[in-house]
Ligand binder design. Structure first.
Ligand SMILES: C[S@@+](CC[C@H](N)C(=O)[O-])C[C@H]1O[C@@H](n2cnc3c(N)ncnc32)[C@H](O)[C@@H]1O
Length: 433
């Protein structure tokens, strides 16, 4: 049976199984979406994202309801029941339809021997309602290690972080400052019947009251706006860009910040954008093309300057390094399933090595902004602390900011359920000796 024949909930179960086996939703969902009717795509997407978001809580409930786990070859049926539990607990879908469709999907997945079990478990779940689950990991629907790490790192705010991670993220836009002012674009939105407010901290940001397709955004195809979270927008505002500068965006794909740099200061001497991923780099070009912008793109390892640096020093460098993405879980709930505690130390090693290599390409007197979408200090202020110890010509700049937590070695924004993602930023200057 090809996946095209499967009901949407069965497809969702297969996708969740792939996520459990290490694939991200952004890898495995698009090809599946392309294979279903356009009218079914929003439902497939909502089932995958919603079930990932509540996975740990739903899984705790399902484990309570099952006498023993399913055999490995039947694991997809476990995910099928999680999808049904997600709908029972978090959707308006009629309960009888959820039960009937799930039993049908179990058959479609070629598991007719499990229809009785599925029916029994879901009937009990419907009749008895959501049970009490024990422990913060199930309660806040996060893996144990993440709860423990957050509790340890943020003893006063860990519950707020976990709650924000489960919220639906707003849709935020960055107005193209070289085309239109934020006030004028707010007026365009109002004329188009779209309610929106300016972001609190990012000067070109607009938050929509309700998300919508980009085709409904006035001037989107002509580059008047881009979709970008407020916290991501703040990275480029810290660069202190000025005409004539040579700028490097070191981990650039898909290019949101490369484009923001060029929009904010159209008279830069040159912008170079590098990324190690051959798959992701073309996205930078697509974004530049839509906005009518130009940058030199290179597929390279930022940590190995011999691959890409022509020895012209940069005035400004943005190092938006690879990280755990623990600050953007509400936009990528699959991170809860994909990330392991053991990933963090190697990531910190990679971050420090990228930062150290980039430093050699920075002009004396130049500025480097180190950023991550992580909330773990190990990837954030501790990297800066370690770097400053080893790099005598590096100085931490402390711009006066109305936002974030001053860690002593950079600023931390924690995710806010109502507005921005979680991000970390440090501004470093290369002292001219
Ligand atoms: C946080 S994302 C960058 C997001 C991007 N700055 C934006 O705003 O659209 C990190 C990027 O680093 C890239 N990357 C990972 N390791 C790298 C390396 N050693 N050198 C260059 N890029 C790397 C990844 O492919 C990924 O695209």
């Amino acid at each position: 049976m090809t996946h095209v024949d499967l009901p949407v909930r069965a497809l969702a179960a297969e996708i969740l199984l792939a996520v459990e086996n290490g694939q991200s939703l952004s890898q495995c969902l698009p090809p599946r979406l392309a294979g279903v009717a356009p009218s079914e795509r929003p439902e497939l997407q909502a089932l995958c994202y919603g079930t990932c978001r509540w996975f740990h809580r739903l899984d705790a409930e399902l484990q309570q309801r099952m006498k023993k786990p399913l055999r490995k070859p039947d694991r997809v049926v476990h995910h099928l029941m999680l999808v049904a539990l997600f709908q029972l607990r978090h959707s308006q879908h009629a309960h009888y339809a959820i039960l009937n469709e799930t039993v049908e999907a179990c058959r479609a997945l070629d598991k007719p021997h499990l229809t009785g079990l599925v029916n029994g478990v879901l009937r009990a779940a419907e009749r008895e309602g959501e049970p009490a689950v024990s422990g913060p990991a199930a309660q806040y629907s996060h893996p144990d290690w993440m709860v423990e790490k957050l509790r340890h790192n943020w003893p006063d705010t860990w519950q707020q972080i976990l709650t924000a991670n489960n919220a639906q993220a707003p849709m935020t836009l960055r107005v193209n400052a070289s085309q239109i002012s934020r006030d004028d674009y707010l007026q365009w939105l109002q004329d188009a019947g779209l309610e929106a407010t300016p972001t609190r901290y990012a000067p070109y940001g607009i938050q929509l009251t309700k998300p919508c397709g980009v085709d409904r955004l006035p001037g989107f195809a002509d580059g008047a706006v881009s979709v970008q979270d407020e916290a991501a927008q703040l990275c480029t505002t810290l660069l202190d860009l000025a005409p004539g500068q040579h700028v490097l965006d070191a981990c650039a794909a898909p290019g949101g910040k490369t484009c923001a740099i060029l929009e904010q200061c159209p008279d830069l001497a040159a912008v170079t954008a590098i990324d190690q991923s051959a798959d992701r780099l073309p996205r930078v070009q697509e974004n530049l093309d839509r906005l009518g912008l130009y940058a030199t793109l290179k597929e390279a390892d930022a940590a190995d300057t011999s691959q890409w640096w022509d020895r012209t020093p940069f005035d400004r460098i943005l190092a938006d390094v690879p990280c755990s993405a623990s600050g953007v879980i509400r936009r990528h709930p699959d991170i809860k399933l994909l990330r392991r505690e053991a990933d963090i130390t190697p990531l910190a090693g990679l971050q420090l090595s990228i930062l150290s290599a980039l430093w050699q390409t920075l002009k004396p007197g130049g500025r480097l902004v180190y950023a991550t979408c992580s909330v773990f200090p190990q990837e954030n202020h501790r990297i800066i602390q370690r770097f400053l110890k080893q790099q005598a010509d590096a100085r931490l700049l402390e711009p006066v900011l109305s936002w974030g937590i001053d860690t002593g070695f950079g600023r931390q924004l924690l995710p806010d359920a109502e507005s921005h993602d979680g991000f970390f930023y440090a501004c470093l200057e290369r002292v001219d000796e």
